[in-house]
Design a protein around this ligand. Structure first.
Ligand code: SAM
Length: 437
């Protein structure tokens, strides 16, 4: 595809969205699935938004496709039907245009060409019988909530008072939240610069601004100069919840791509060691530290669960363990995660998380503090991991944590996603553990 500055026809965009949907169904993450390399710049945002919308609604769209087709269509045809149905549900374009463009998309490539008539018939039927078809799938929880059944059941069992709100929130495009680098500017000045550039923003935390409309980072005034970073308020809490003193030696044990490391260094003059198992992800950490003008003491690759390979024997005063997890708290930003995870993955994450805690513990000095963090909303990765750790390690003591939202101080442990005028964050779990002397 050439990039002559013009936006593609809807037919071509639908084909790209169908490719992304097919790749997610095949097990790929959305950014890889969308793979904007060949897409003209003018169509990238649209293809991205349409792909995200289709993946967010995949439960309902698959249920519709199942009802509309007499037998399962070929994967490419299925993906194109999903892309087109998603666009019809979106409702911003006239249905006749969407159907016509979807049929063109089907005709334009071999795997779907033979099914162009079928695509036409299926989409027309959807337009005619839309309400009845939607009502017909509404009783299926997967179609209703757009989550796998095991995920819905787990959320309902673990968060009986909140699960419906949390699942519904995952299907709303999230706002973009920024962290202000207070070493280089103030919250007020950063907000004023944004407003002058035509970007409305609300203050939602001590260093956090919520943009009224998401924009590419290049459009943020001061981004290149390191005044701002993109980071959810829930993630920004880590640097506040781990108490740090100037000069302390601190380990961020699962640091890449570096959001929480940078947030700590923007607020505290500590000797920070940034470690991660993934060298590639550490490249992003290094480059972001450069952009923000921050200097960790060391950036190193290492397996937090196996300290013999990387620990020099000098104890750390504080450790952040932002462990790998299901990412179930950030599904509104990564809608494909719910379709890629399997029920059994949660136990695997929990055992990895316990191994990391055990690996890090000897490297913490007596009296030192470790902040355990996950972006999960599942108990198995949060309080279960911490309770089991406290049971097997007698010299570990859990300390209470509080955070302030909109002026009100409240205890913090499992933070469920919230999105309201006064409160905006993803789902996280935090636990602070002290090593008794
Ligand atoms: C939730 S992400 C960390 C996000 C990061 N703290 C931030 O705020 O940008 C988890 C990280 O843990 C790393 N990781 C997974 N297993 C690890 C291990 N055994 N030791 C060290 N890092 C590990 C992953 O490569 C991933 O970068």
């Amino acid at each position: 595809m050439s990039d002559d500055g013009r936006r593609l026809a809807l037919a071509d965009e639908l084909r790209l969205v169908a490719g992304a949907v097919a790749a997610v169904i095949d097990g790929h993450h959305l950014p890889v699935a969308i793979g904007s390399a060949g897409t003209p710049f003018a169509s990238r945002a649209a293809v991205r938004d349409m792909s995200f919308a289709a993946v967010r609604e995949l439960g309902r769209l698959r249920a519709l496709v199942e009802r509309l087709n007499r037998r399962p269509p070929q994967p490419e045809v299925l993906a194109l039907q999903i892309a087109a149905l998603s666009e019809l549900l979106d409702g911003r374009r006239p249905p006749a245009v969407v159907v016509d463009q979807a049929v063109r998309a089907a005709r334009s490539a071999r795997p779907t060409r033979a099914a162009a008539g079928l695509v036409n018939a299926i989409l027309r039927r959807f337009v005619r019988e839309r309400e009845a078809l939607l009502a017909g799938v509404a009783g299926d929880p997967v179609a209703r909530w757009n989550f796998p059944r095991w995920w819905i059941d787990r959320m309902a069992a673990e968060h009986p008072a909140h699960w419906e709100r949390v699942l519904a929130l995952a299907n709303v495009p999230p706002p973009m939240t920024l962290r202000v680098n207070t070493r280089r500017t103030s919250l007020t000045d950063a907000r004023e610069r944004l407003v002058k550039a035509g970007l409305g923003a609300d203050v939602i935390g001590p260093r956090a601004l919520r943009l009224h409309d998401a924009v590419p980072v290049e459009r943020l005034p001061g981004f290149t100069e390191g005044l701002l970073s993109v980071q959810d308020l829930g993630a920004q809490l880590a640097a506040e919840l781990l108490p740090l003193e100037p000069g302390q030696r601190v380990l961020d044990a699962c640091a890449a791509p570096g959001g929480k490391s940078a947030s700590m260094l923007e607020q505290h003059d500590v000797r920070l060691v940034c470690m991660d198992r993934d060298e590639q992800r550490l490249l992003r950490l290094r480059s972001d530290m450069g952009r923000l003008g921050l200097s960790p003491e060391k950036v190193t690759s290492g397996d937090a669960a196996a300290p013999d390979a990387w620990w020099d024997g000098e104890p750390f005063d504080a450790i952040l363990a932002d462990v790998p997890c299901s990412a179930s708290g950030i599904v509104r930003r990564h809608p494909e995660i719910r379709w890629l995870r399997r029920r059994r993955d949660i136990a695997t994450f929990a055992s990895q998380q316990s191994q990391i805690l055990d690996g890090l513990w000897p490297a913490l000095r007596p009296g030192g503090k470790l902040l355990y963090a996950t972006c999960s909303v599942f108990v198995a990765e949060g309080s279960d991991v911490i309770d089991a750790f406290l049971r097997r390690v007698p010299e570990a003591r859990r300390l209470p944590l509080t955070a302030s939202f909109d002026g009100a101080v409240e205890p913090i442990a499992q933070l469920l996603p919230e999105s309201s005028a006064s409160r905006e964050h993803d789902g996280f779990f935090y636990a602070l553990i002290e090593k008794l002397k």
